[in-house]
Write a protein that binds this ligand. Structure first.
Ligand code: ZN
Ligand code: ZN
Length: 262
């Protein structure tokens, strides 16, 4: 029972980490489609540090480069170039390979702020993640605490790999780009599974575009807006109207065959 609760705690933390990733690292920092209240920004910065150990500058740089070279030479993590399983299993390797490139950071993330808090604590990602481990062990004991931490790490990494791998391989397309929409993945990644939509309009703060699609981060963003803790900067609906170059609904099957439904 204790270990069951530990896995549950790990799953909840992985979802919180995924929500922080899509709102803060992705929509706020990478695409500047939302502005957050300073208090929420601080919460997101600490959350990123303690739950993901990611350096925002690195994540943003790698992600912006991915948009710049989607599925062509230069894409840091394309399943079309590297191979599907390579990305599903080795996503961290491909991410690190690009994140370690100073030129990429210089070129794609020079606009990101880097203050004293970053210099002293937040750039040491392993310190934040270890701190979470220590807290979990103190609260739950060594075995369950480490189980929760391992669950968080494994699930978070798998979800990210699925967005970069499956989200460019399986699913349906509403727009002409190499990414795909996976509704089920979107439900557990706070909208990130609607990756074809996202590549069609990266600056949109909302990732669902059509009836039947759900971006679970969107109600959270709207709530933050109502509480005056966030401001959506891109005009979402206008944006989607501009991009309604809808192609016949295309489904990519696991065997690589493509079916077109009208
Ligand atoms: Zn992509
Ligand atoms: Zn993006």
């Amino acid at each position: 029972m204790v270990y069951f609760i530990a896995v549950l705690v790990g799953l909840v933390l992985a979802e919180v980490a995924t929500l922080i990733t899509t709102i803060y690292l992705h929509r706020v920092l990478s695409h500047k489609s939302i502005r957050l209240h300073p208090a929420v920004t601080m919460f997101m910065r600490l959350g990123t540090w303690m739950l993901t150990s990611i350096s925002p500058r690195e994540w943003v740089a790698v992600h912006r480069k991915h948009h710049n070279f989607s599925d062509v030479d230069g894409d840091p993590h394309s399943p079309h170039i590297e191979g599907y399983w390579q990305i599903m299993i080795g996503n961290v390797y491909y991410y690190r390979r690009e994140a370690n490139n100073d030129n990429t950071l210089e070129k794609y993330a020079a606009d990101l702020p880097f203050d004293r808090l970053d210099r002293i604590f937040l750039r040491r990602g392993t310190l934040g993640f270890s701190l979470t481990g220590v807290i979990l062990v103190l609260l739950m004991g060594i075995g369950p605490g480490l189980t929760a931490l391992a669950t968080l790490a494994v699930v978070y990494l798998l979800l990210n790999a699925a967005i970069n791998g499956a989200g460019h391989t399986f699913g349906y397309k509403s727009f002409e780009n190499d990414a795909t929409n996976l509704k089920l993945l979107a439900l557990i990644t706070f909208g990130e599974g609607l990756h074809n939509n996202h590549h069609a309009r990266p600056a949109s703060a909302k990732l669902s575009a059509f009836r039947g699609e759900f971006d679970p981060a969107w109600p959270v963003i709207r709530l933050l807006e109502k509480l005056r803790l966030a401001e959506v900067l891109s005009k979402v609906d206008e944006g989607w109207d501009d991009h309604r170059r809808r192609i016949p609904k295309t489904t990519v099957s696991p065997l690589g065959a493509t079916t077109v439904k009208n």
